[in-house]
Design a protein around this ligand. Structure first.
Ligand code: TAP
Length: 531
């Protein structure tokens, strides 16, 4: 395949390279104030190009400041889902015939819209889901990358229409990939723009229509994405937005007779239930699900410990560990484990904890009260079965607003078999385990149902080769000081998981993503046909 040039959006990196980080923060600060000025409004559903209100509403507050209301959102119901699916099914009849040029034109216009509103969107992500400045901007950049990349892929593959020739005289054959119909798009809170935008763009640019259900914690940024699509000229009904709970909106959406496929990112539990339900109902369309992770890192005896410590700290604690790719268990050679642990503790304690929208914050608040409860619970367990080296408690700082602030937590002496080292927590919590050699590290790293992301720190080429050959993981990172397991650029680092971390083995932002949303049709025409 010809090399395709990268066109990633790298807003913060570009400011850093140009020595204009101050400017980045100035724009960001201004955007935070602008967005703050608009918070608290009421947001209806968006169905068939129109606002549709609901009888009930739910409110969302800033995870870093409970006194700040993000907005009031319509609580969708099964009836609203019916209405949205009907609109999407009607719109499909036209949209499925839109040319490649018509579809890419809309998504490229949306890219322009997202670019213009970049700082506003990033500020919205910070305030609504508590992601710090650089990471919230990366969320926006990634969304733009998905729209750009899928547009280019659709063009590069000629809309997935191939001339397969004349196997026998007079029989002319073509092979086309055709859309299914309506997709249900069910999104998580943690990449509330990037993942939602990628999962919507995939099926829709391929010719399907969609009903989108964002996470209950992050409906405002979902509205802003759908607004951008509308501004870009997407026809009414092609993308509909129904906010509300998993049970009142997500479940009926998955079960709806006219929903042909589902694209989901979220927990393994919910993803599995969706897949099961879909199949039990006899549906045959795709369930494209990206699920959780319990991402291991191995640090060998000759690893560069400085890189390893920074990689593990950023992998485990950025966005407070609320990433499917977060580093959660580290297998360290016994000769270097004490040094590694001491340095990691010092690094964790040096990270600035604060409101997501503040320029200096590295570790931002977790999304909601249930995350705080889970943290308290696992830290109690860690103290009982292992040793909490740092963290293990809520932040008690009178200078911080009333929000969900947790301390980055490093734990040792937890048996590898214990649930703390096996289950995904989605919190700033990492366990460190001694191993005798790479072999033992690999066995333990692979001893998991999950297979999403993994990292290695080693300065020996043979160890790197062995690890790359044997690690059971979709995403593999070697000696990455910026983060041991998190962070992926669209196209360069397609993102997805093996084993229980995904259902299809095809990755978001990769060359094989779009074909998942279309089905093959083999066409044979015998010529000449009568006029
Ligand atoms: P979930 O709790 O699984 O929620 C994901 C979405 O599913 C939300 O919109 C949720 O709605 C909805 N939902 C809940 N119950 C449902 C049901 N019965 N039927 C249909 N939809 C339902 O995940 P989350 O807390 O938002 O995100 C964290 C999880 O996502 C972690 O496990 C993480 O590993 C995973 N994740 C994976 C990846 C990849 S690429 N592998 C990327 C990001 C996140 P409500 O919000 O209303 O409950």
């Amino acid at each position: 395949m010809d090399a395709v040039p990268y066109e990633n959006e790298l807003t913060f990196e570009t400011h850093r390279e140009n020595d204009t980080v101050d400017e980045f923060h100035q724009y960001y600060g201004e955007a935070v104030e602008r967005v703050r000025g608009e918070l608290g409004a009421s947001h209806p559903l968006w169905i068939d190009g129109e606002s549709v209100d609901a009888d009930d509403h739910f409110s969302v507050t800033n995870p870093g400041d409970h006194d700040e209301t993000i907005g009031e959102f319509a609580a969708g119901t099964p009836a609203a889902v019916d209405r949205a699916v009907e609109a999407a099914a009607d719109a499909f009849q036209q949209w499925r015939t839109a040319s490649v040029a018509e579809r890419t034109e809309v998504f490229r216009a949306a890219v322009a819209e997202l670019r213009t509103r970049k700082f506003e969107l990033a500020a919205t992500v910070s305030l609504e889901n508590g992601k710090n400045r650089t990471e919230a901007m990366a969320d926006v950049d990634e969304a733009i990358d998905f729209l750009q990349f899928y547009s280019r892929e659709l063009e590069r593959n000629d809309g997935y229409e191939f001339d397969t020739g004349e196997p026998t005289p007079g029989q002319h054959c073509t092979n086309v990939l055709r859309p299914y119909g309506v997709f249900g798009v069910v999104a998580p809170f943690n990449f509330p723009l990037a993942i939602l935008a990628g999962m919507t763009t995939g099926p829709v640019i391929a010719g399907n229509t969609a009903v989108v259900k964002p996470a209950s914690a992050t409906p405002l940024i979902a509205h802003k994405f759908v607004e951008a699509l509308t501004e870009a000229g997407l026809p009414d009904g092609v993308v509909n937005l129904v906010t509300g709970s998993g049970s009142a909106v997500g479940q009926p959406l998955v079960e709806h007779d006219d929903v042909a496929g589902v694209v989901f990112t979220g927990s393994r539990e919910v993803g599995r239930a969706i897949e099961r339900t879909f199949r039990e109902l006899g549906k045959r369309g795709p369930v494209v699900a990206e699920l959780g992770g319990k991402n291991p890192v191995i640090v060998t005896a000759d690893a560069d410990l400085e890189k390893a410590v920074s990689g593990v700290a950023m992998g485990a604690f950025s966005f407070s560990g609320q990433k499917c790719s977060a580093t959660s268990r580290v297998y360290v050679h016994e000769d270097v484990i004490e040094q590694f642990t001491a340095d990691l503790v010092a690094y964790a304690e040096s990270l600035t904890i604060g409101p997501a929208e503040a320029a200096e914050t590295v570790v931002s608040p977790v999304v909601d009260g249930s995350a705080v409860e889970r943290y308290t619970d696992i830290c109690e367990q860690a103290a009982a079965v292992g040793t909490v080296r740092t963290g293990g408690e809520l932040v008690d700082d009178p200078d911080l607003p009333d929000g969900h602030y947790l301390r980055p937590t490093v734990v040792t002496d937890v048996p590898h078999e214990h649930a703390l080292a096996r289950e995904e927590h989605f919190l700033p919590f990492v366990t460190i385990h001694p191993v005798a050699d790479l072999e033992e590290g690999l066995e333990r790293a692979n001893d998991s149902d999950y297979g999403l992301c993994a990292g290695l720190f080693s300065e020996t080429e043979a160890e790197i080769e062995t690890w790359l050959d044997r690690i059971e993981s979709g995403m593999c990172y070697v000696n990455r000081a910026q983060s041991a397991t998190t962070g992926a650029l669209v196209q360069a680092q397609p993102f997805g998981g093996w084993k229980a971390s995904g259902t299809t083995g095809k990755f978001a932002g990769g060359y094989w993503y779009l074909p998942q949303f279309v089905r093959e049709q083999s066409r044979t025409r015998v010529t000449p046909a009568r006029e």
